[in-house]
Design a protein around this ligand. Structure first.
Ligand code: FAD
Ligand code: NA7
Length: 537
């Protein structure tokens, strides 16, 4: 019996965000493979389908928060300002889906629950929550880096009689907050955006802050036709620079250490970046050592602290808002965050000083009393990187499960593959680049589709990384991470935000340019290929 004929699809793709959509385009439209794709949302968009909370905005600038692969698309698509709102990104991804006819491959409202590698056939068996199982030679997962929501298990959460929402599960119809008493738990990138956006319309806003944040202005401004034309004329150079840079945010990373210049020069450079806007620009475009040298880090942090003291009028609120630790998380930027606390209808509760005891039917009880609320918003982030993977029962060779393999923290060779899990390609899997993400997503999807093409053309049945290659890559990620201060700052980047999650190195912090170089230089060296009945290294 010819097993080849039994397979349902050449490839299954999971996810309809930037990653999954591009994977479907490459595999289906370019390679001509049969593809079945799934997303548990009812349409495309991924992050931008789910995160409909008020104020949701990209913190990558508009001109590079998009695909680079299609020149006509780059030329035709327009935007209003130098940052994109959630509806604008959703519209863009919807357009991409239409333009390349991607929806035809998708089954929406469908969650993949189990995938098992069959060693007899070399096919993946993919099972969904609709009870269907299909087989495929390849599986490409674009499950999202920041997608599995984290809702802290506060006592009494289910007793709350008002409305409660996680920001990444915001109702499509919106929520009427006018005249309501609203609480926001969490002051990460999301919390900051939602706080600024809703403060003017709610009756009262109570912000529950655990760790104070360093944030700089985003610098949002309209972009006129002439500016767009200028950008569009230079896209070739722009993408070349972005893809060879480190954080891929469109500016040149500084090569000047802060510790090599005078205090006055530091201030001048920080002030300039503050006025220009952008969190990554402030952290990486000002000086070269902010993420690595404690002294430089403190200079950047101190500049922000001074700004907080100048902006926030009430000294007690300013004190609570002022961070004291390292400036070593994904750098925030905002549209008037600290200013919002000067409003009469906004109050700040430090839950470090006054911890949340429980959620009550009426609101949130902290050690200093009960805060009565009509709506409670969880801006408490995500179980990042592996959160959606561990929800799926993924079984590779010898019945090994991904959950077991990742028990001490998730790993991935080049951020895309795992030993014992042949032909399973992850987009933004563990140990991938930490950057403005669309160019990293494109880099990985292109590598994946080139690899699949190579396999199809050469009759290769399976590919998987050698154990030692995978270990070496993880060591490289660890070594680079040890050189940065990020490993000492507690955040989702290392899994520190999820109670009980093992702290581990989940990213390659060497930058996109170096990552692309590594992909080129390594080629297929670290992989084992199998043809039917034979192993070829
Ligand atoms: P996602 O867009 O997250 O898509 C994954 C999809 O897979 C989701 O729809 C999910 O529901 C689906 N899925 C997961 N598991 C399953 C399953 N088992 N079965 C079926 N479907 C499944 N990045 C930047 O570079 N710049 C920014 O400015 C920026 N801003 C952000 C703002 C917010 C509020 C958030 C949350 C993230 C932001 N990010 C930003 C990161 C953003 O997630 C990425 O830029 C990008 O959108 C990720 O695309 P993706 O396709 O990899 O994943
Ligand atoms: P983040 O950055 O993980 O922020 C989550 C926030 O929620 C942060 O302030 C947390 O405080 C707070 N949090 C989490 N759990 C609790 C509990 N149990 N009690 C009180 N406060 C809590 O998520 P975001 O959605 O803002 O941003 C994630 C990324 O998405 C961001 O980098 C962008 O790329 C988009 P903590 O700081 O942990 O003390």
């Amino acid at each position: 019996k010819n097993k080849e004929k039994e397979v349902d699809f050449d490839a299954v793709v999971v996810g309809a965000g930037f990653g999954g959509l591009y994977a479907v385009h490459k595999l289906s439209n370019e390679l001509g493979l049969t593809v079945r794709a799934y997303d548990n949302g009812s349409d495309v968009g991924g992050t931008w389908y789910w995160n409909r909370y008020p104020g949701a905005l990209s913190d990558t600038e508009s001109y590079i928060y998009r695909y680079s692969f299609d020149k006509d698309l780059l030329k035709e698509w327009k935007w209003k300002a130098n940052y994109l709102t959630q509806p604008e990104i959703l519209e863009y991804l919807g357009h991409v889906a239409d333009r390349f006819d991607l929806r035809r491959s998708y089954q929406f409202n469908t969650k993949v629950t189990r995938t098992v590698f069959n060693e007899e056939t070399n096919y993946w068996e993919v099972t969904t929550d609709k009870g269907e199982t299909v087989t495929a030679k390849f599986i490409v997962t674009g499950l999202g880096l920041l997608s599995a929501t984290n809702v802290p298990n506060f006592k009494g959460r289910e007793t709350f009689q008002g409305e409660q929402y996680h920001t990444a599960r915001w109702p499509r119809a919106g929520v009427d907050l006018k005249g309501k008493r609203v609480g926001v738990i969490g002051t990460g990138s999301t919390g900051v955006q939602v706080i600024i956006s809703i403060a003017p319309e709610v009756e009262h806003l109570t912000v529950f802050q655990r760790t104070p944040q360093y944030s700089v202005p985003v610098g949002k401004h309209p972009q006129c036709e002439a500016e767009l034309a200028e950008i569009k004329d230079h896209y070739d150079e722009i993408w070349k620079q972005v893809k060879s840079s480190s954080v891929a945010f469109g500016f040149e990373e500084s090569t000047v250490p802060a510790v090599s210049v005078s205090k006055e020069e530091q201030e001048r450079v920080f002030e300039e970046a503050w006025n220009k806007g952008g969190g990554f620009r402030y952290m990486f475009g000002t000086f070269s050592d902010i993420a690595t040298n404690p002294e430089a880090n403190e200079a950047a942090a101190e500049f922000i602290r001074k700004k907080i003291s100048q902006i926030v009028k009430d000294p007690e609120t300013a004190r609570k808002l002022t961070p004291t630790g390292l400036y070593a998380k994904r750098p925030l930027c905002d549209n008037g965050y600290y200013e919002t606390f000067n409003r009469d209808n906004v109050s700040l509760v430090s839950v470090k000083e006054n911890p949340i005891i429980e959620i009550t039917p009426k609101g949130v009880r902290t050690t200093d009393g009960e805060h009565e609320l009509d709506v409670l918003i969880y801006a408490t982030g995500f179980d990042a990187v592996d959160g959606n993977y561990t929800k799926i029962d993924i079984r590779g060779r010898d019945g090994i499960t991904m959950r077991e393999k990742w028990a001490d923290g998730p790993t991935g060779y080049l951020g895309m593959m795992n030993t014992n899990f042949p032909n399973l390609f992850m987009i933004l899997g563990p140990n991938g680049p930490f950057t403005n993400l669309p160019p990293s997503i494109e880099t990985q999807v292109e590598w994946i589709s080139d690899t699949v093409k190579h396999m199809v053309e050469n009759d290769v049945s399976t590919i998987e990384p050698k154990q030692e290659a995978e270990e070496e890559w993880v060591t490289i990620c660890q070594t680079i991470s040890d050189q940065t201060l990020f490993s000492k700052g507690e955040s989702w980047i290392f899994g520190a935000n999820i109670p009980g999650k093992k702290n581990s190195v989940m990213f390659y912090l060497g930058g996109l340019g170096n990552y692309r170089k590594a992909l080129d230089e390594l080629g297929f060296k670290g992989f084992i290929f199998n043809r039917v009945g034979a192993s070829v290294e």
